[in-house]
Write a protein that binds this ligand. Structure first.
Ligand code: ADP
Length: 296
């Protein structure tokens, strides 16, 4: 099954154009939606999740018209929003049971089975009696996935799921997501490039409401091969370099500033070639789009 988004646009009442003619085809598996804060990711996720209206465009999931058949979409959708509040005094098992009732699983035995299976899948079974207030960030996120998976959804949406997780928790959460992504559509919305390069076979980069690039992370990285160069500079050299060449990123490493530059040929004697990574693709595209806008 595929989720097909065509020409989706949205302008909020305050005049912010959050989505500009967005078209994307999202197949089964993990799909990464990558963009800086304010890019329009949540607006897109909320629209797919039927929580807000678009001004124009369409979204289809197989034969389902998502924007008009909202109830049908909700039946096959699991959603983990950015801010997932839990009732701190309730145990994971009780709250999941409660969500299962809301999801329409009315048969008690069936509900018990699916709650137990999901607690096991998300590795929370041993702590199922513990109140959610005592859960770590990673445990809460795994609980969020458990509730999103209730009722066997065909598609799940996770919005910025690893922000605030420590590396071990993030790893555990990644493994859980990729396991789920073998069977259904999982859309992972994030500003963390590493989440997408670790997990996703397909991705899109979105900025200022527009899709800048779509594809397989490995393929888009390959397209930059031979064009990314690196050198260490003193901090005060950076502004001049930024004027003279296309600096896509600069970061401190061992007390020095390491810049990455995109250029068809070696931009200077001090530069060495580097293997492009997804972060280079990301920053190169965002820089290109920003430049195009300044020129326009
Ligand atoms: P992201 O999830 O990528 O950070 P959002 O979809 O939250 O992006 O926001 C896109 C743009 O729309 C931002 O400029 C944001 O301030 C604006 N925005 C988001 N929600 C609303 C809203 N309910 N009303 C007005 N502006 C909004």
């Amino acid at each position: 099954m595929e989720l097909v988004i065509e020409h989706l646009s949205k302008t909020y009442a305050n005049g912010v154009q959050a989505l500009r003619d967005v078209s994307l085809t999202i197949p089964t598996g993990m799909f990464g939606l990558l963009g800086p804060n304010g890019a329009g990711k949540s607006s897109l996720m909320r629209t797919i999740a039927t929580l807000q209206e678009a001004d124009s465009g369409s979204i289809r999931l197989g034969g389902l018209d998502v924007l008009t058949q909202k109830d049908d979409m909700r039946r096959v959708l699991g959603y983990l929003p950015q801010e997932f509040g839990v009732y701190p005094k309730v145990s994971a098992e009780d709250l999941l049971d409660h969500f299962a009732v809301l999801k329409g699983i009315s048969n008690a035995k069936e509900r018990k089975e699916s709650v137990t299976a999901l607690l096991q899948k998300t590795n929370l079974y041993d702590v199922r009696k513990k109140s959610l207030g005592g859960y770590s960030g990673g445990m809460k996120q795994r609980f969020g996935i458990a509730q999103a998976l209730l009722g066997n959804p065909r598609i799940i949406i996770v919005d910025e799921p690893t922000a605030g997780l420590d590396p071990a928790e993030r790893n555990r959460f990644h493994n859980l997501l990729s396991e789920i992504g073998e069977e259904i559509i999982v859309i992972l919305s994030t500003h963390i490039v590493g989440d997408v390069s670790d997990l996703c076979r397909n991705m899109a980069i979105i900025n200022k409401g527009q899709v800048l690039l779509t594809g397989d992370p490995l393929v888009v990285m390959e397209q930059l091969r031979g064009k990314v160069w690196r050198r260490a500079v003193d901090k005060d050299q950076l502004p001049r370099l930024q004027q003279e060449m296309e600096v896509i990123s600069s970061r401190l490493f061992a007390g020095r500033t390491i810049v990455h530059v995109v250029s068809d040929g070696r931009p200077g004697v001090d530069f060495e070639p580097v293997e492009p990574n997804l972060e280079d693709v990301y920053f190169a595209r965002i820089a290109e789009a920003t430049r195009a806008q300044v020129v326009a």
